[in-house]
Design a binder for this molecule. Structure first.
Ligand code: ADP
Ligand code: ZN
Ligand code: ZN
Length: 739
């Protein structure tokens, strides 16, 4: 006998209420996940429609009390049923509960209207407000003063931010409202969050010969019965967006819809503007700052056919278009396409699956493709299409690599090498602009030698060891530990230690070195407030500063035609991060950084400072040679059995009680060894996760490596059962993460 889980209501937050039914023998062949079925419901046994969300051989209760499905409505394949089928695949493939998967693909309508975004605005003129402020400042009404001062500056304040950051109580707001000084707005404009009303429609630009032949090549693939995903490898500035837009147009002409995924950080007004200018009101945008409710509204418009192109981050992938024709993933290599919550899906793979379920097509674009995508292109699973030239024949910048060991030898202890120093000086004289880039990434607590460049690495995993407070160096894959050496084990130099340069520190050095220089800093700290990211970029674009200093954030987004020098302060910061992807990530970041300069008429120059001038990631990035990088990186992955050469599953355990966690993870490891005895499985750990403790919750991880994805999935299924029936795991939160 087969049993089916069925949900009846998908429009509200009742997704977790599924009911089990028996599948009658004559429907056993036909029934599948996501299908619409009719079922007798409630005491009256009235027939209702529901969706199949799970199938199993086991009944959860005494089977004799389960009712039978009345019939399948196979003609009614709805958008929802296809998304439910996708959720089922995500649950299987990534490991999560069906409810978590459903909640990911079906946005939940927010019931509470009160959660709507509220804003505070002045009700009086600015002059009047300034007058009142002057009076208030003499009184003891501190909160009112703060609020009014902020309002005068910002004009419009997010209510929640105001109350949290300014410490203004609701009663204070009420008081000022009563006095007619301010009013509360319930934002409707926010729903269309980017003010797009005044964007003029633009005619499509004629494509270059290379762009045109890329489009033709892709359209040719689309003629086949089962078009493969396309990987569009195009150098920065080659016009990938032009190609996407042509393909979207083609899709709309066929009466189908398109989804365009963009990494969150690149989702700026500028990017979105280009799509509006081309497709006008057919476009809608979602971003992660919108509330669930706002996203729901956008999705509703998409379902009703009011929009045909959805632009957004990862979650836009689940836009309920009824005739989805195309999914574009721009910058497909970006880590933000991987979800950090269960199900820990990757947008690339999930897009390919959704396209398969709905007969749609996928185009992935990048200047520096992920190893995953490129290796699939190499094996012909994907089609590779290239754009080799920058638009307008802008030359690639001249890149030099500076060996920081030589700087030390020459007596220069500053974080600016002599070459970078001279470069900055020259630009300041000629009033050109400079970007200084700190490619810090994730947790980089590595220890290295400033004399010879030697980095302390795990002898088993070939990744950098991380320094901990207790002075020990730890590997986050296998748990290997060693004492931090006093002198370099390679050359005996005492200059061994952590590398701790921050953006703030660099800004200070620049200001001290070049008196009068105007700097802007962009990092996590300076971009916490809404709109501050755009503000900094706009200010730099308007030449209000000579030097922009920042993290990853500065290498995406705007074009700055007057930037002629990009300095990478320490390429080692990402190169020695504690995971196996650090070489890939470094290559990508450096390529992007280099591609930032020389976008205008003046040619650009880039200086990369490093202790590892010979590393292939740096060498290849300097000449923008993706293939050379790929060859080297792939052989490292093969040697160490890292993805995509093998599959890897992380079992993440977290728990507030450390002892309990250690014990549980130990038992899990023993269990894995018991159920899978063959030598082809590598079990590594348990070890403390990269960030071993978050908000007093301890985190440990076990890694499993195997050639076959299915084997890992089966092991995971068994582990899930083991965890479920063992009371020892009750206080431990376990998650699975595939890479
Ligand atoms: P990529 O996404 O590959 O980095 P873009 O699509 O952003 O490249 O294009 C880079 C720049 O070149 C943009 O300013 C764009 O307007 C311009 N450009 C690209 N292709 C064309 C074209 N066919 N006609 C006119 N301008 C183009
Ligand atoms: Zn050394
Ligand atoms: Zn190790």
């Amino acid at each position: 006998m087969i049993y089916a889980d069925i949900i009846i209501d998908i429009s509200s937050d009742k997704l977790d209420r599924s009911f089990q039914y028996c599948v009658p023998a004559h429907l056993e062949q036909e029934i599948k996940l996501g299908m619409v079925v009719s079922i007798p419901f409630g005491n009256s046994n009235q027939l209702r429609k529901g969706y199949v969300t799970g199938l199993s051989q086991e009944a959860k209760v005494d089977p004799s009390i389960l009712k039978e499905i009345a019939g399948c409505c196979s003609a009614e394949e709805t958008t929802e049923s296809r998304l439910i089928a996708l959720a089922a695949w995500m649950k299987e493939n990534y490991g999560s509960t069906m409810i978590q998967a459903l909640k990911t693909v079906l946005p939940i309508k927010e019931k509470i209207r009160a959660k709507e975004k509220r804003y505070l605005s002045l009700s009086i003129s600015e002059e009047k407000a300034a007058e009142i402020l002057a009076q208030l400042e003499k009184t003891r009404f501190k909160a009112r003063t703060r609020l009014l001062r902020e309002l005068l500056q910002e004009k419009r304040l997010d209510y929640t931010t105001a109350s949290r950051e300014l410490g203004v109580a609701a009663s204070v707001v009420k008081k000022l409202e009563e006095q007619g000084i301010l009013h509360i707005e319930y934002d409707e404009v926010q729903r269309n969050s980017l003010n797009t009303g005044d964007i003029q429609k633009e005619e499509p630009l004629p494509l270059t010969t290379e762009q045109e032949s890329a489009v033709q090549c892709i359209l040719e693939e689309w003629k086949s019965a089962q078009p493969r995903p396309v990987l569009l490898e195009g150098v920065t500035g080659s016009g990938k967006t032009q190609v996407y837009m042509k393909l979207i147009e083609e899709t709309l002409n066929r009466g189908e819809q398109a989804i365009v995924l963009i990494p969150e950080i690149a989702l700026t007004y500028q990017t979105v503007r280009r799509f509006y200018a081309r497709f006008g009101e057919k476009v809608s945008v979602i971003n992660s700052r919108q509330s669930q409710g706002e996203r729901y509204d956008q999705f509703k418009r998409a379902r009703k056919g009011e929009v045909q192109v959805m632009v957004g981050p990862r979650s836009a992938l689940f836009t309920p278009f009824s005739r989805l024709g195309l999914i574009v993933i721009d910058e497909e290599h970006e880590p933000s396409y991987k979800s950090e919550n269960s199900p820990r899906y990757h947008a690339r793979e999930t897009a390919v699956k959704r396209a398969e379920l709905e007969h749609a097509r996928v185009v992935l674009g990048s200047a520096t493709p992920s190893l995953e995508a490129y290796s699939r292109a190499v094996s012909d699973e994907y089609v590779l299409v290239k754009l080799k030239a920058r638009y307008g024949e802008r030359p690639m910048p001249k890149v030099s690599i500076v060996d920081l060991r030589e700087e030390l030898k020459a007596g220069n202890r500053s974080i600016l090498s002599r070459e970078l120093w001279e470069g900055i000086e020259r630009r300041l004289e000629s009033r050109e602009q400079i970007m200084l880039f700190l490619n810090r990434r994730g947790y980089a607590g590595f220890v290295s030698c400033r004399s010879c460049g030697h980095v302390m690495k795990c002898p088993h995993c070939d990744v950098s060891l991380s320094e901990h407070n207790n002075g020990r160096l730890i590997c986050h894959y296998c748990g290997y530990e060693t004492k931090k050496p006093q002198v370099c084990p390679e050359c005996g130099s005492p200059y061994i230690g952590g590398f701790k340069a921050g953006t703030q520190q660099i800004e200070k050095v620049v200001q001290d070195t070049f008196p009068g220089v105007r700097t802007l800093r962009m990092d996590f700290d300076t971009t916490r407030n809404k709109g501050s990211y755009e503000k900094i970029l706009a200010s730099f674009a308007a030449h209000e500063a000579d030097v922009l200093i920042g993290t990853q954030m500065i290498v995406k987004g705007h074009d700055f035609p007057d930037v002629t020098l990009v300095g990478v302060i320490a390429a080692d910061l990402s190169l020695n991060a504690d995971d196996y992807r650090c070489g890939e990530r470094t290559f990508q970041l450096l390529c992007q950084a280099v591609g930032r300069c020389g976008r205008g008429k003046k040619p650009g120059e880039a200086v990369i400072q490093t202790y590892h001038p010979d590393h292939y990631s740096i060498q290849a990035a300097a000449v923008q040679d993706y293939e050379a990088f790929y060859e080297e990186e792939m052989s490292y992955r093969e040697l160490m059995d890292y993805p995509p050469a093998a599959h890897m599953m992380a079992v993440l355990g977290s728990c507030p009680e450390e002892e309990l966690l250690i014990q549980a993870m130990h038992y899990l490891q023993l269990y894995i060894n018991r159920i899978y005895k063959k030598k082809d499985l590598h079990v590594i750990g348990p070890a403390y996760a990269s960030v071993g403790k978050v908000k007093d919750i301890y985190r440990q991880v076990i890694y499993l490596k195997h050639e076959d994805y299915g084997t890992l999935v089966r092991i995971r299924d068994q582990m899930e059962k083991y965890i479920e029936i063992n009371s020892g795991f009750r206080k431990i939160y376990i998650q699975f993460d595939f890479s």
